[in-house]
Design a protein around this ligand. Sequence first.
Ligand SMILES: [Zn+2]
Length: 327
Amino acid sequence: MLKNKISLVIVLPFVFLSLHSFSQTAKKLRTIIVDAGHGGEDGGAHGAYEGGLNSWEKNVTLAISNKLVAILQKDLPDVKTIPTRTTDIYQPVKEKAQIANDNKGDLFVCIHADAVALKTGRRQIGTRIEIKHTTYYVGKGKKKKKMIKSKNVVVPVYEYYKIGCPQEGTSVWIFAAHKTDEKLKAVMNNTDFEIDQGNDSTENSIDFSSPEYRTIAQIYANRFQKRSIMLAQYVNEEIANTDRPALGINQRQKGIWVLQATNMPAILVETGFITNHDDERYLNSEKGQQEIAESIAKAIKRYKESIENPKPVVDTSNSTQQTTKPN
Ligand SMILES: [Zn+2]
């Protein structure tokens, strides 16, 4: 679950600078990091409402993550798929991001489950007798006297409970366009920055304080966002194919730290609402977990195909036909 989310319709981020000048070869998808959100003492969201299963987000994310990792390892044997955790352990988000960066991930996929603040309902479960006191006065002047009259009254007894939310479905989150500065920091902190510098042998000795390399890092941050959007779209489409409500792609105004701190394209999947009656059951079922894991895996395979074998795009706006590679 994310806090303080503001749903935004995707606004395509600024103007993407042309990458053709330095990125000549399509990058391969070699390493995927799958993060099961929360864990250990951080339970995440909780299905605590009437008729709920009382399940914790950390267990749902782990089950789906383990299934996703198994599918990817089987279907993409040439790709290294690394989970941030495979058991119920606590990891600060910094550690999760570090695992992704240290393993030189090409893609970071975070698995979460959604929740909203629940309404409280009440129902009458009986009655009880209360003694009601009323005061009155007798006499006048100095003889005025306060009297108390008591009588039994029947009052209702209520029981209060949380009502499961009506929201259901899967949404995908990417790092916010206005937060690319933070993504930039993650890019610039990576010492093994991969840039095709032609015949120049000064590879990996990049001085990021120079304006030209800052520009290159900016281009990378933008490219990561473009690729994050691509994968997010694929996930949304694959979820829609399973007949689950696919809630689209969102950016959070406040940013999502773990997506910004990783030096790679990154998405966060809110698999379903743990505070919704049907979604919670779906998320806790073998069938639901497998279906979501398979949808995400299909999206990743399409993403891999798109970046490794980009289809030439015919620019029909120009009379002389040109082909450009998507980044
Ligand atoms: Zn969460």
